[in-house]
Design a protein. Structure first.
Length: 128
């Protein structure tokens, strides 16, 4: 399990370092899945019975599984899905308005000034 979590975190960091916004979004989803899996594994997966108390008893008769990690992961899945849906709409609106998914090309808030290095390393306004 630890190896799988490590692979998920590695893949998510790789995707989040890309300049494409969709890759960043998929990296964020992978990172949230890795965090959910970490919480789930840290809750000590056991093949115990569910935490149900039979009628007429005050405590469960046997050892029961811990329901807290499962509840936390379920909540995190719902929140993660809501975050993904919201971010997907933001990416779509950004692509619709700007026509690109490249973060370097999305420069409406901070336009490139003259004599500043561009993404290709050349100075604007000069010819080589």
């Amino acid at each position: 399990m630890a190896l799988l979590i490590g692979v998920l975190v590695t893949a998510s960091v790789y995707l989040m370092l890309a300049r494409n916004v969709m890759r960043f979004l998929f990296g964020l989803v992978l990172l949230s899945n890795a965090a959910n899996l970490t919480i789930f594994v840290a809750g000590r997966l056991t093949p115990e019975s569910p935490a149900l108390v039979p009628a007429g008893m005050l405590t469960p008769p046997d050892v029961v599984a811990n329901a807290l990690p499962q509840a936390l992961v379920l909540t995190a899945i719902v929140i993660g899905f809501g975050l993904f849906a919201f971010a997907l709409v933001l990416v779509y609106r950004g692509y619709d308005g700007l026509g690109t998914l490249d973060t370097d090309a999305m420069r409406h808030a901070e336009p490139i000034e003259d004599n500043q290095p561009t993404a290709k390393g050349k100075l604007e306004g000069t010819s080589l």
